[in-house]
Design a protein around this ligand. Structure first.
Ligand code: GLA
Length: 409
């Protein structure tokens, strides 16, 4: 009896275990399908995306001529050849939805339609980007994509879009992770490779979950064209140094195909000095941030051009290793930033937030190097070799300015 009961118990336990195993197996099969559908990287943006976006300069004052002129200027000014690829129309291009729910372009501002505009941009050897929002309305009050995700993704693909910026206004109590996954799936289902730029402002901490959903995610509110103190604007707008401090600690979450986005560039929009714009640009490059120019390219002056087209600084941003550099030393207004590069070299940024010139030193420890290493040092703003690394480097840095070096390979 005892023996039998034990055998029966064993049998029952075995059957139960088998059932449990089967259900775990089918659960994990379901999970892996879910991962494949919803969470596979799309293979795009292996280096931080570079391009231009209409918002920071033109805001809602856009039309097809502005976009065409900008595409022309991207070529004529050398921006395209410096690596800027995507021409992105931000908010306010939209008309209404047609009887079948398909989105149309504003017929006054874009009378030739978006497909013709995308074709024009492509004919210049550039890529084309568009904007929508996960709510009912965009931030500018135009029709957004909630409930129309697959239809909109299909429309963008038919128009030839290569990039979608997807905003977060008027989303009510929508769950961000779910909302962005739906659009990521819709873009995938469209069959066209489309870089997915998530503009959720960092509210739901996308760096923790969006690695295989988006190619870049905003980490902060909107940038304002100010260095350290905002002169005007809304409370969701932040000056450059505040954005830097919010984006810097997130460096472990960035990598090829998935980047922290501290917002688009303000270089050339007039609110900062040339030194401050050089700092802004260098900080974005050392943070492996997307480099999306936000000025009027057709009318930019030589100083702006020399900043945006500094190929040595751009090369730091675009380095194939894809590590976001970060701050390794700080004393008051003086900071040292380091970004490891492919080939073992380092980009080194000496940053002076203060109002007077400051002398700043970077050491081997801060570079993560043994002290005995000898290497070439190149100044990326002076465009010249400045000697050999011998365990440290010292420079006097202008107020609100930077000195940026490449050390080694
Ligand atoms: C939000 C975004 C901005 C811009 C505007 C457009 O504020 O963060 O980058 O796209 O909307 O309305």
């Amino acid at each position: 009896m005892y023996r039998l009961a034990t055998t029966a118990n064993r049998l029952a336990t075995f059957v139960l275990a088998a059932i449990m195993l089967l259900s775990v197996a089918s659960q994990s099969a379901a999970q892996s399908i879910q991962e494949m559908v919803n969470k596979a990287p799309n293979g795009l943006a292996l280096t931080p995306p570079m391009g231009w976006n209409s918002w920071n300069h033109f805001q809602c004052d856009i039309n097809e001529k502005v976009i065409r002129d900008t595409a022309d200027a991207m070529v004529a000014s050398g921006m395209r050849d410096a690596g800027y690829q995507y021409v992105v129309i931000d908010d306010c291009w939209h008309g209404h939805r047609d009887a079948n729910g398909f989105i149309t372009a504003d017929p006054q501002r874009f009378p030739s339609g978006i497909k013709a505009l995308a074709d024009y941009v492509h004919s210049k050897g550039l890529k084309f980007g568009i904007y929508s929002d996960a709510g009912r309305l965009t931030c500018g009050g135009r029709p957004a994509s909630e409930g129309h995700e697959y239809q909109d993704a299909l429309t963008y693909a038919r128009w030839g879009a290569d990039y979608l910026k997807y905003d977060w206004c008027n989303t009510g109590d929508r769950n961000a992770q779910e909302a962005y996954a739906v659009m990521a799936d819709a873009l995938r289902a469209s069959g066209r490779p489309i870089v997915f730029s998530m503009c959720e402002w960092g509210t739901a901490k996308p760096w923790l979950w969006a690695k295989n959903t988006g190619n870049l995610w905003r980490t902060t509110g909107d940038i304002s064209d100010d260095f350290a103190v905002k002169k005007k604007g809304h409370d969701w707008e932040h000056p450059v140094t505040m954005i830097v401090d919010l984006n810097e600690p997130l460096w472990p979450f960035a990598g090829p195909g998935h980047w922290n986005d501290p917002d688009m560039l303000e270089v050339g929009n007039g609110g900062m000095t040339p030194d401050e714009y050089r700092s802004h640009f260098s900080l974005w490059a050392i943070m492996a941030a997307p480099l999306i120019a936000g000025n009027d390219i057709a009318r930019m002056d030589d100083t702006t051009k020399s900043i945006l087209e500094n190929k040595e600084v751009i090369a730091v941003d675009q380095d194939a290793l894809g590590v976001q550099g970060h701050r390794v030393w700080k004393d008051g207004d003086r900071e040292v930033w380091v970004k490891p590069l492919s080939g073992g070299g380092r980009a080194v940024l000496l940053f002076n937030r203060g109002e007077a010139p400051a002398s700043i030193t970077a050491t081997a420890d801060e570079l993560g190097w043994p002290s005995g290493i000898r290497a070439k040092v190149r100044d990326l703003w002076a465009h010249k070799d400045v000697g050999r690394w011998n365990g440290s480097i010292l420079a006097t840095v202008e107020p609100h300015g930077v000195t940026m070096f490449r050390v080694g390979a």
